[in-house]
Design a protein around this ligand. Structure first.
Ligand code: F6P
Length: 361
């Protein structure tokens, strides 16, 4: 008999509920108890935020977006912002308290579902002696040590669907449409959706772009009697010699990068340089919403059940990963070493070039 606790941390991604469903089912088959900590680690500090999960709680959730446990990207227990009596924000470390409560509550193991930030926190707890298993989540697909994270396929499908819809309106008005997509400092979402959604130009953080090259592509379209163009811009894309567009406010006493704004800048430059009627839109959090695609659901269900097998085998401080279509375990430390970037020799980059898509270089 084991007592397992699950948490979901960082930005939500479609498939989180499918992992929770899988863990609860796989544990139930083994006669183990499962609990869920709400809003990341809140359940370890507040008993009301620690909930028992059974088959009834998770019925049908594998097909739903979001997370039934709630999530936060402001909940790092090693640097938790709290307001003191004077109304000032102080950063405190509550990790020892969480370790004590973890043992007091009688947990054998913690399955932490998250991206690089949450997995780094999970690893720090593992170093303090917590038995932890990581499950890789992020729509950005930027985690090293796994071919895919769940959430990415759904985000790409949403972005591709948006591009399909923009074609008809762009064409009707002979316009340039600039679409900003998420992905932090990796261009995976932009590249996959841009190729699949027939973009004329795709700008990714890995290839600093020259706006004149994008304008040349638009002019070339005109020459070939194509009077509209679609430009996909990753939120972390950078113009040659420029800087990333950061809307971060440093609220809660932390330096925080909040990407956004590059799409509007690209649109205004195109408008100026080509005199084409140009509009921009930001897909934003739409990419994180909705039901997981079949691919993400299946991946999340595989990850969740594989995580429970690791608990059984006693392999901790590891993350479940998808490598060459197989479920494997990799040390969390390896997964968080660096972020996975689009390589310039990646076949999707080569495919984009062959298709005549401008990459801004
Ligand atoms: O990491 C997932 C992600 O959606 C990024 O693509 C994006 O930059 C960021 O999170 C947005 O975070 P928030 O939900 O805090 O706006």
């Amino acid at each position: 008999m084991k007592k397992v606790v699950i948490s979901t941390g960082g930005g939500d991604a479609p498939g989180l509920n499918a992992v929770i469903y899988a863990v609860v089912h796989a544990c139930y088959r083994r006669g183990w108890e499962v609990y869920g900590s709400k809003s990341g680690y809140k359940g370890f500090l507040d008993p009301e935020a620690m909930v028992r999960l059974d088959l009834h709680n998770v019925e049908g959730i594998y097909a739903t977006g979001g997370t039934i446990l709630g999530s936060t990207n402001k909940g790092n227990p090693f640097a938790k912002p709290v307001e003191n009596l004077a109304g000032e924000i102080q950063i405190i470390d509550v990790s020892d308290k969480i370790m004590k409560n973890f043992s007091r509550m009688g947990f054998d193991c913690h399955i932490a579902i998250g991206g690089d930030g949450s997995l780094e926190i999970a690893h720090r707890f593992a170093l303090k002696g917590m038995k932890v298993i990581g499950v890789p989540k992020t729509i950005d697909n930027d985690l090293e040590a796994t071919d895919r994270t769940f959430g990415f396929d759904t985000a790409v499908s949403t972005a591709t669907d948006a591009l399909d819809k923009l074609h008809s309106t762009a064409k009707s008005h002979d316009r340039v449409m600039v679409v900003e997509v998420m992905g932090r400092d990796s261009g995976w979402i932009a590249l996959y959706s841009g190729i699949s959604g027939g973009a004329d130009a795709i700008l990714i953080p890995e290839i600093p772009f020259d706006i004149d090259k994008v304008c040349e592509k638009i002019a070339d379209n005109e020459l070939h009697e194509k009077h509209y163009s679609i430009v996909v811009v990753a939120e972390g894309a950078i113009a040659k010699g420029g800087a990333v567009f950061n809307k971060g406010t440093g609220e809660l006493g932390r330096e925080e990068v909040v990407l956004g704004g590059v799409g509007e800048w690209v649109a205004s430059e195109i408008r100026k340089k080509t005199e084409k009627d140009t509009r921009s839109l930001v897909l934003g959090h739409l990419q994180r919403g909705g039901s997981p695609t079949t691919f993400d659901r299946l991946l999340a269900l595989r990850f969740g059940t594989a995580a429970v097998r690791l608990v059984e085998e006693g392999i901790f401080d590891h993350m479940v990963a998808l490598i060459s279509s197989k479920m494997v375990a990799v040390p969390i430390a390896d997964a968080i070493k660096s972020r996975k970037k689009v390589g310039l020799d990646n076949d999707k980059v080569l495919a984009a070039r062959e298709l005549g898509i401008c990459l801004g270089d």
